[in-house]
Design a protein around this ligand. Structure first.
Ligand code: PBG
Length: 323
């Protein structure tokens, strides 16, 4: 016998399920990361990230048109320079690889929002996100100046939004001041606020050639067991002028997304990183999981946990599935 006071759940048809659904994923939630490699005529597959490529700026046309046709509103650019040095000087060159790519993309589709990653690790020969002292320690304060030069050079090239991912303390405020002083008050900052020292960045470092030559990033990226620290970091970033905050990676840190969504009023972005992408791709390639439905489930989970937007290498696939 059915318990007397237990209400029955609705027997759900697909139509009813849709009516009572609490979370939705839309193409306007998506940001697609692209790797740009300095040079000409390059379209190179990334072996640890099936279906993802490194493009030289001159090869972006078809790809950008395709992304635009899917209705994806924004891309996030990472640069891979020809030459690296200890201070990452290629990162703020006027005709650097990202600066060239921004202009190229704006020529192809001026309406596509171009977000640019600001960090040194792809540009330094040692692979760290800041400059080092003679003991090999990252110098937080000395790195800030270089970061603001990079941000400014991106803004001058036409970037719509600056995304610092280096995790140096104080970088949001320094970048905000540098942008404001050069009349870029309207360029927003999306800060990698809670960026954890994660093992899920492996394929990205392979793609960008940015694995540290020695040591790790634990000194400046966040420690995975910590969540109160994420709230502290978010408070600092917002005070310094961050317009959007971010949690990265996404799926192993859904609790962090939820806490920041509850605590703060600014828009919240989640980054489904390269290792999360590679994991689903590998399982699907082995026939162990259904790729499309796993991907959509992760999108739903990330939105349900409170993210307003998602950076994902699956963006074109998700856009296709939603249409
Ligand atoms: C640069 C940066 C990294 C990622 C985004 N920006 C690598 C890192 O911190 O080692 C990782 C993104 C991904 O794994 O998809 N600092």
């Amino acid at each position: 016998m059915f318990p007397e006071h237990r209400p029955r759940r609705l027997r759900r048809t697909e139509t009813l399920r849709r009516m009572v659904r609490e979370t939705s994923v839309s193409v306007s939630d998506l940001i697609y990361p692209i790797f740009i490699k300095e040079g000409r005529s390059i379209k190179e597959p990334i072996s640890s990230m099936p279906s993802q490529f490194r493009y030289s700026p001159d090869m972006l046309s078809d790809h950008i048109k395709y992304i635009s046709s899917l209705g994806i509103p924004a891309v996030l650019l990472f640069g891979i320079p020809k030459k690296k040095d200890p201070v990452g000087s290629q990162a703020h060159r006027k005709d650097g690889v990202v600066q060239q790519a921004i202009k190229r993309i704006k020529d192809i589709n001026p309406d596509l929002i171009v977000i640019t990653d600001v960090c040194l690790c792809e540009y330094t020969d040692h692979g760290h996100c800041g400059i080092l002292d003679d003991k090999g320690e990252v110098q937080n304060d000395d790195t800030l100046d270089i970061l603001s030069h990079i941000a400014l050079s991106h803004a001058k090239a036409g970037s719509d939004m600056i995304a610092p991912s280096d995790m140096m303390d104080g970088r949001v405020g320094i970048i905000r001041d540098a942008l404001d002083d050069s009349s870029f008050e309207n360029i927003p900052i999306m800060s990698y606020t809670a960026k954890y020292a994660s093992s899920f960045y492996g394929p990205f470092r392979d793609a960008a050639g940015s694995t540290p030559k020695y040591g790790d990033r634990k000194g400046y990226q966040m420690d995975p067991p910590n969540i109160r620290e994420a709230i502290l970091e978010a408070g600092f970033d917002i005070e310094e002028g961050a317009d959007i905050i971010m949690v990265k990676p996404a799926l192993p840190y859904l609790d962090v997304i939820r806490v920041l969504a509850d605590e703060f009023e600014v828009p919240l972005c989640a980054y489904q990183v390269s290792g999360e992408y590679a994991m689903i791709k590998a399982a699907a390639a082995s026939g162990w999981a259904d790729e499309d439905s796993c991907v959509m489930e992760t999108m739903t989970s990330i939105k349900r946990s409170g993210a307003d937007m998602i950076i994902t290498y699956f963006a074109p696939q998700v856009a296709g599935l939603l249409s």
